[in-house]
Design a binder for this molecule. Structure first.
Ligand code: AMP
Ligand code: MG
Length: 344
């Protein structure tokens, strides 16, 4: 059985094709990018409208398949931006109707976990899922994927991107901050915000911005400032990037470790775009080593948003697929623990 899956929760329109044995045929993405601001939902929607047909065509081409070879269609139902989700749902429904095959809507966060399991052979892991909009620590317990910890405000990726934008780096800022951090040596203390099992980033962002703005000598007047006397920064930007990573990644590792201790699980899997970061990977590896747990990092192409994980979760949830095309809808606010896991 071949499943074609469509991802469109945020910046990325993706299409993946996989079979029921987990053999990968294609994973094509086209991402909306912006140099100046964050994601504007209506612009991202427009991007998806323009990209959708070609992405699906390219995926079929890469797989060396015809559309008629597909037996099942899946799509990202949520959580995500409603205008973006609708583009994916419409494209998926159009394909399913044309082919007269069933369709199934799936949860984006759970897709990260299931593709991580498939690609790393982890059996019952804790998932650390740090991405643009989401930051969660998830594990299976009592019929659901439970959220053991999460961000209380923004996703860690959006937080990093906001700071990167503030200091004049484009979007996405994560890889640029990672590069800057390699040249930072001096740890500058930042707020460390773990509340129980949850984390929060907005206060750290404010603090970083203040530090970035702070100057060597505060006694210059506004006039002198405008004359350019006021240029020496108190903190080197490389040190700020380094300290940002050390602080925020330590927070993520702490809550992941606590979830592992609480559940007794012995495996940690990464998912989400921020998980591409080598320093975060290293810190997770050290923590797992210290507690005799296994650590798995799936390839980057499934850490970022992608259609492949959606096609795989389609296969996993194929018993829930339907031909009632009018009953299909998006779920922009669906939480990971809203989904009843019937397939384990
Ligand atoms: P996603 O929403 O899962 O597709 O991930 C996108 C987020 O991942 C953006 O906020 C990026 O800045 C972030 N990101 C990508 N690569 C890296 C990296 N190497 N280090 C930190 N963040 C990254
Ligand atoms: Mg994601």
């Amino acid at each position: 059985m071949l499943c074609l899956g469509i991802e469109s929760t945020a910046h990325t329109f993706g299409c993946g094709i996989i079979d029921s044995k987990g053999k990968i045929y294609a994973n094509v993405t086209d991402a909306y990018k912006t140099e100046t601001g964050g994601i504007h939902p209506s612009e991202a929607k427009l991007h998806h409208e323009n990209a959708k047909d070609k992405v699906v065509e390219d995926a079929l081409k890469a797989a060396n398949l015809k559309l008629e070879d597909i037996d099942l269609i899946s799509f990202s139902q949520g959580p995500g931006l409603a205008p973006c989700l609708l583009v994916g749902m419409k494209k998926a429904t159009e394909l399913a109707k044309k082919l007269k095959v069933p369709i199934v809507g799936v949860n984006h966060c759970i897709a990260h976990l299931e593709i991580g399991k498939l690609m790393t052979k982890a059996k019952d892991p804790v998932l650390l899922y740090p991405s643009g909009a989401n930051t969660q620590v998830i594990a299976y317990e009592g019929g659901k994927y439970r959220v053991f910890g999460e961000t209380l405000d923004q996703g860690v990726g959006n937080f990093i991107d906001s700071f990167a934008r503030y200091i004049g780096l484009g979007f996405p800022g994560g890889p640029k901050i990672e590069k800057l951090a390699l040249n930072g040596k001096n740890y500058i203390e930042l707020p460390y915000v773990v509340k129980g099992m949850d984390v929060s980033f907005s206060g750290i962002l404010t603090n970083l911005k203040q530090k970035y703005d702070s100057l060597e000598n505060q006694r210059f007047s506004g006039h002198q400032k405008s004359k350019g006397f006021f240029s020496a920064k108190k903190y080197k930007v490389e040190d700020l990037a380094f300290s940002l990573q050390e602080t925020v990644f330590a927070m993520l590792v702490e809550v992941s470790e606590r979830a592992m201790a609480h559940t007794g699980k012995k495996e940690l899997v990464l998912g989400g775009g921020v998980a591409c970061n080598k320093r975060l990977q290293q810190m997770c590896r050290i923590m797992c080593g210290e507690r005799n747990a296994k650590f798995f990092v799936p390839p980057n192409e499934v850490l970022v948003d992608n259609g492949l994980m959606i096609s795989w979760l389609g296969i996993v949830q194929r018993k829930q697929a339907t031909k009632d095309f009018n009953g299909i809808d998006i779920k922009p606010y669906e939480r990971t623990d809203d989904v009843i896991v019937t397939w384990r």
